[in-house]
Design a protein around this ligand. Structure first.
Ligand SMILES: [Zn+2]
Length: 214
């Protein structure tokens, strides 16, 4: 429906198209925030934990999990609860998480004081999105390499290792043109089978991920 709307706007004026496009984007972001995630299950997913640890370390995962459990929290209180010596020490982890959009903050100036108070919250839906993209990308790459493998179904000479495609091998009665060596069929079937089961596995994972989102 959004597409239809945008098309109509193109007819009217270009400037309005830009405005509309921006508006659509904003709405999409808002919608994303309303998503409810089964965070208990999410945090039990090995890939999800591994991703957060890669981004912000074990301590970063601890911060992320704590924010998910407790909801938005003021920075100093968060540091205290997680037994960081100073609020500064926790910032390193918060910023790493923030760089990947896994957390966000609000800053508030209280009673006209010179400094801001920061309130942090976790974005578990972003983690779901990232993991989903990882799975989808691997599926795409695996499918691509399966296509290549199909094309590479070949025969090879026992002696000189020269490669032949099926037609060439047939023409030469499965003997090498150079040295008469026997041409052996290289099984790409097994490779393809393995790749297919990886795709099946990833699709299963994707389904599990979808079930986390309500
Ligand atoms: Zn040969």
């Amino acid at each position: 429906m959004a597409m239809k709307k945008r098309k109509n706007t193109v007819k009217n004026s270009k400037r309005r198209t830009v405005k509309k496009a921006k508006k659509t984007k904003k709405t999409a972001v808002k919608k994303e925030k309303k998503i409810i995630i089964d965070t208990n299950k999410l945090l039990r997913l090995e890939e999800a934990r591994k991703y957060v640890i890669d981004v912000a370390g074990e301590k970063g995962l601890e911060v992320f999990e704590f924010l998910i459990a407790k909801g938005e929290m003021e920075e100093n209180l968060l540091a205290k609860k997680l037994k960081f010596e100073k609020a500064n020490a926790i910032r390193k982890f918060l910023y790493r998480l923030y760089n990947k959009n896994l957390v966000s903050y609000r800053k508030i100036r209280k009673n006209n004081k010179a400094w801001y108070t920061y309130f942090w919250s976790a974005n578990p839906e972003k983690l779901v999105f990232i993991i989903r993209e990882m799975y989808e990308e691997e599926i795409k790459q695996t499918k691509k390499s399966m296509e290549l493998n199909k094309a590479e179904d070949f025969y090879v000479c026992d002696i000189c290792n020269r490669r032949y495609d099926i037609n060439e091998a047939l023409q030469n009665d499965f003997r090498c043109k150079n040295d008469g060596g026997v041409l052996t069929h290289i099984e790409s079937g097994k490779v393809l089978e393995d790749k297919q089961s990886r795709i099946d596995f990833l699709n299963k994972k994707l389904n599990e991920l979808k079930q986390l989102v309500k």
